[in-house]
Design a protein around this ligand. Structure first.
Ligand SMILES: Cc1cc2nc3c(=O)[nH]c(=O)nc-3n(C[C@H](O)[C@H](O)[C@H](O)COP(=O)(O)O)c2cc1C
Length: 313
């Protein structure tokens, strides 16, 4: 395991290691207007949402470590107190990257990078028409980070005045992450793309689960069940009782081989093969694999009953 304090390595190296570990980061594509009415558009991945009532987001425009130059975005927001923040999709990445060029103050990156402007309603800076999700924001406060010791960071706290979402990214009226095609910033030159295949659901617990420490020893010590499997078992509010009739409800007459049933996510089929073939070896392990398959398809109670069977064998 490598470990560093900031003073151990160069600022450049520490910066890249920090940003590789704090990843993936959403990208705020920030549009601002200067006091003379010139537009500016730049990406910032020091960005997140911190509250929803009232809605507060923050970006972190740095002062260039080498030159001491402040970002045009920072200057404009300090002057006019307004910006829009637009999400970045995969089809926007190359143009967004071009817009991150350090153009002279007053140069309009909408023009340089070929983005289209859409009128905002609550602030003067325009929205990026290509983006499926945009926010109109006003400055709450700028926090200077450690200037007394040469710090180059800022946190600009911004209040969200209005949201815009394109209908094309909705499913049943809700934003569907599989339709956003978002990109996120990693370390060095890396980005990641959110594809439908990379999205999954994991509902936050609404009840107090029993926890790992309450799981029976033979389950904790399973050589089959993973940490994720154990977490699903430990999410129940109480260890269920043994249901002696349960096995009968699971038996199917058309089961194929044990392995095929498991591969096709059919734990009941695998369990049927297992219970009807006394010549299968290492039975405890096989029961644990069936339980794992039940967990995979979201049948937690069935997984518990299968593990009770394993313990009885
Ligand atoms: C994806 C991406 C994310 C970036 N994130 C930040 C950031 O969070 N803070 C920062 O100071 N610069 C960041 N940069 C660099 C700025 O976009 C760049 O310095 C830009 O020229 C600033 O423009 P401005 O001076 O017109 O505001 C990022 C660049 C890219 C490509």
């Amino acid at each position: 395991m490598l470990s560093y304090e900031p003073s151990d390595i160069s600022h450049k190296d520490f910066h890249q290691i920090l940003l590789s570990g704090v990843a993936p980061r959403p990208i705020a594509f920030v549009s601002t207007i200067d006091a003379n009415g010139n537009c500016n558009l730049s990406p910032f991945s020091f960005f997140n949402a911190y509250a929803s009532k009232p809605p507060v987001v923050a970006i972190g425009p740095a002062i260039a470590a080498a030159t001491g130059k402040v970002k045009d975005t920072w200057k404009n927001i300090m002057e006019t107190k307004e910006c829009t923040i637009n999400a970045v999709t995969y089809s926007m990445v190359e143009q967004m990257n071009l817009a991150s060029t350090d153009y002279e103050y007053g140069i309009d990156e909408f023009v340089k990078a070929g983005f289209h402007k859409k009128q905002s309603t609550a602030v003067k800076p325009p929205l990026v028409e290509e983006s499926p999700f945009s926010m109109e924001c006003s400055l709450i406060n700028n926090i200077e980070l450690f200037r007394e010791e040469g710090g180059n960071g800022n946190i600009m706290l911004l209040r969200v005045l209005r949201l815009h979402v394109k209908e094309s990214v909705l499913t049943d009226g809700k934003i569907d992450p599989r339709k956003m095609d978002f990109v996120a910033r990693m370390g060095y030159k890396w980005y990641s793309r959110v594809t439908p295949e990379s999205c999954f659901e994991c509902a936050q617990p609404r009840v107090k689960g029993i926890g790992f420490d309450a799981l029976p020893q033979y389950i904790i010590e399973s050589t089959v069940l993973t940490g994720s499997d154990l977490a699903k078992l430990a999410g129940v509010t109480a260890i269920p009782g043994v249901d002696n009739d349960w096995l009968q409800t699971q038996i199917v007459s058309t089961a194929d081989s044990f392995e095929i049933e498991l591969q096709t996510n059919n734990p009941a089929g695998a369990l049927s093969v297992l219970t009807q073939n006394s010549n299968l070896n290492n039975r405890s392990n096989l029961y644990h694999r069936v339980a794992q398959s039940y967990l995979t398809v979201g049948q937690i109670q069935e997984a518990w009953q299968t593990l009770f069977l394993a313990e009885r064998k």
